[in-house]
Design a protein around this ligand. Structure first.
Ligand code: NAP
Length: 483
């Protein structure tokens, strides 16, 4: 029996553990299916992998890191930061590795969840918190013949570092946030890189720079200075959010910046035409890079825009019948977003799996955190809490604060369980869906923000400040407190 079970040891799970520990709750365990902590920053180790939100902000507010060596820290620094946090706040020993949650079942009589680990062991808990991430399960493209390929092949989130791609012919499928980071690294070392682009991304300059030794020392001595920079970055990005949420004038500015960036870096009109997006900026994640376009101008790089028809044992065939031979295929094709929240059966009050419940009623949760029918269950990075413009760590901290209040309510009232009221959830979900309405995220293009039916259950459509405000104080009247 544990008072709280947390699933996942990425930013979300660790933040939850730290806050429980700080509140004096020792009776919790973090279940991690892998053999190390770090979530997405453990899995994504591809060349060039780095944060695309400035690290001053992409970090916990309560643990500023004076050691960042760049404005946009590489993955290994972020992973080291997470390890540091787990050690410093004394929760490293609370993590159980190799512990995959395979089922969770709620019992109404006791208010407890029975969590099955690795299919055989069970742990009973009063509260279950999921921090399983939303960009986690690699999605391979659905292309005929994919399995027949005889060369090396892997997904960007499962980079095969044992594969030596130097001097080889490599095909890359996808031009999203991951590919844009690893393509420039690969281009310099492979013989030939064929980049298969389905949709050109909007790309703006990356305001990156090294953070020198003296600056780092200064941050160490005067943390208030670093905090001031963090705040300035926060408000800068928050201002951009206003554009996403419906101010076309602000989006126009971003579009002009992206087009100027493209013009400046790509002089060949044919290549420039291929790389010019024909959809509204902001409907997919706006990417930042200074070295992506220059990499595409290299003589050993071809941007292929003809759709892929099939894959053969030796290469890629496009719809015009051309076969391009390659030794390796790297998939930069993103993640199965909706699968993540439903990767293990979570059976609520009526014994209904959350996945089925959502299939029937649409994906939704009150504030993205609690679901009616699933008492004492709390989702971190749940539905409609992802951001297109700012730091997810800010959202995670707001969610953890809210969950702490829910746990406090449970304890203070000596309740069996707390369950969000259906009407409170409905009001929230309807409000968010209404706000998403015809924003750029819904109407601009097709993207992984939208599910097969066109519903957007990923994006938070308001300012992050408004999410902070709405989650700051849990309203007990939103919950049924059952004894
Ligand atoms: P992504 O943004 O979903 O991009 C996937 C790419 O693969 C897109 O260009 C997509 O084209 C293409 N694609 C998918 N299926 C295809 C197919 N069958 N044939 C051809 N092309 C196909 O995935 P990602 O780049 O891995 O990034 C996912 C998310 O992870 C990002 O949006 C971001 O939130 C996060 N991320 C963050 C960072 C960071 O620094 N913080 C870094 C990397 C990733 P379409 O556009 O046509 O669908």
């Amino acid at each position: 029996m544990a008072e709280v079970v947390i699933i996942g040891s990425g930013f979300a799970g660790l933040c939850m553990g730290i806050k429980l520990q700080q509140a004096g709750c020792e009776d919790f365990v973090i279940l991690e299916k892998a053999d190390d902590l770090g979530g997405t920053w453990r899995d994504n180790t591809y060349p060039g992998c780095a944060c695309d939100i400035p690290s001053y902000l992409y970090s916990f507010s309560f643990e500023q890191n004076p050691r960042w060596t760049r404005m946009f820290a590489p993955w290994d620094e972020i992973l080291a930061y997470l390890r540091h946090c787990a050690d410093k706040y004394g929760i490293a020993g609370k993590i159980r590795y190799g512990a995959e949650v395979t089922e969770a079942v709620f019992d109404e009589a006791t208010g407890h969840w029975t969590v099955t680990v690795n299919g055989d062991e069970t742990i009973e808990t009063q509260a279950l918190v999921t921090g399983v991430g939303s960009l986690h399960e690699p999605k391979l493209p659905d292309i005929p013949g994919l399995d027949s390929f005889g060369g090396t092949t892997f997904h960007s989130a499962q980079w095969d570092h044992s594969a030596d791609l130097r001097g080889r012919n490599v095909a890359v499928i996808g031009t999203g946030a991951s590919a844009i980071q690893f393509v420039p690294q690969l281009a310099g070392e492979v013989a030939q890189l064929d980049l298969y682009q389905r949709t050109p991304p909007w790309v703006t300059p990356k305001p990156d720079r090294a953070i020198g030794r003296w600056e780092r020392k200064l941050h160490e001595r005067f943390p208030a200075g670093q905090r001031t920079i963090r705040n300035a970055i926060y408000w800068g990005l928050e201002g951009r959010g206003a554009g996403f949420a419906g101010n076309p004038k602000l989006m126009k500015g971003l579009e002009i910046q992206a087009k100027r960036h493209l013009r400046k870096q790509i002089t060949d009109p044919e290549l420039r035409a291929k790389l010019t997006p024909d959809y509204q900026i902001g409907c997919k994640r706006v990417l930042i890079s200074n070295d992506y376009y220059p990499a595409l101008t290299r003589p050993n790089v071809d941007v292929v825009t003809t759709p892929i028809a099939r894959i053969t044992p030796t290469g890629v065939v496009t719809a015009d019948g051309t076969e391009r031979a390659c030794d390796a295929i790297v998939h930069g094709t993103g993640f199965a977003v909706s699968a993540n929240l439903t990767r293990m059966p979570i059976l609520g009050k009526d014994g209904v799996d959350l996945a089925d419940h959502w299939k029937r009623n649409g994906i939704g949760a009150h504030l993205g955190i609690t679901v009616a029918g699933y008492p004492n269950l709390f989702l971190l990075v749940g539905p409609n809490t992802l951001l297109g413009h700012s730091s997810m760590i800010f959202m995670i901290e707001a969610q953890v604060r809210y969950v702490m209040q829910a746990l406090h309510l449970l304890r203070r009232r000596n309740a069996t369980y707390v369950e969000v009221r259906e009407d409170a959830q409905e009001q929230f979900v309807t409000g968010v869906q209404g706000e998403l309405g015809d924003t750029v995220w819904n109407a601009g293009c097709t993207s992984w923000y939208l599910d097969a039916s066109g519903r957007n259950s990923t994006i938070w459509p308001e300012w992050t400040m408004s999410y902070w405000r709405r989650t700051r104080r849990l309203d007990p009247s939103d919950f049924a407190v059952v004894h």
